[in-house]
Design a protein around this ligand. Structure first.
Ligand code: SF4
Length: 171
């Protein structure tokens, strides 16, 4: 798609949504969740002003029937396994984030999990020799904000929705 295409036009061009989306992941797996506004411009400036990123250019709609926290947990786990484990954030920070987010997605987060996620995101940010850890931290932070209703539900147990509904999300 040409840079600057609106999200709604991009989705229509791909055949349209099969159900109303609850969120959109922009920028690839190390990107950001955003509310799925049809007017969202898929450009560097447009996404930056919406707290997103164009990143790898991938756009993924989250169906209403899917659990966004489980999808995020799977992506974070995948990304934690993709680092070269040469810098502290890749060796220690990303696996810890994956474990904590996995607990949240499973609906059994120990007390203090949200605080730890926020703190650990701050600890990995800017600490690697590349931006791989920053991308994971950004994804986690955006999930906690955009999927805040689900986060509140998961503090008391799983939501019952399926996180394996999305093709292309690593298991
Ligand atoms: S932070 Fe980047 S450079 Fe450092 S180990 Fe991870 S992937 Fe490699």
């Amino acid at each position: 798609m040409p840079v600057g295409t609106r999200l709604g036009a991009a989705v229509d061009d791909a055949g349209g949504p099969v159900e109303p989306p609850q969120a959109v992941l922009v920028g690839g797996y190390a990107g950001r969740w955003l509310p799925p506004s049809p007017d969202l411009p898929l450009s560097h400036a447009g996404l930056r002003s919406a707290a997103g990123t164009l990143g790898a250019g991938l756009v993924l709609l989250l169906p209403t029937a899917a659990c966004g926290l489980e999808v995020t947990a799977r992506v974070v786990r995948h990304l934690a396994g993709q680092g070269a484990r040469q810098c502290g954030p890749c060796l220690n920070g990303l696996p810890a984030l994956a474990d904590a987010f996995g607990d949240l997605a499973a609906g059994r987060p120990p007390a203090g999990t949200l605080d730890r996620l926020e703190r650990w995101c701050g600890l990995v940010d800017g600490r690697g020799a590349c931006a791989h850890p920053d991308g994971v931290a950004g994804l986690v932070r955006s999930a906690l904000v955009v999927l805040a209703d689900d986060v509140r539900t998961h503090l008391g147990g799983p939501c019952g929705r399926d996180g394996r509904l999305l093709d292309g999300v690593p298991a």
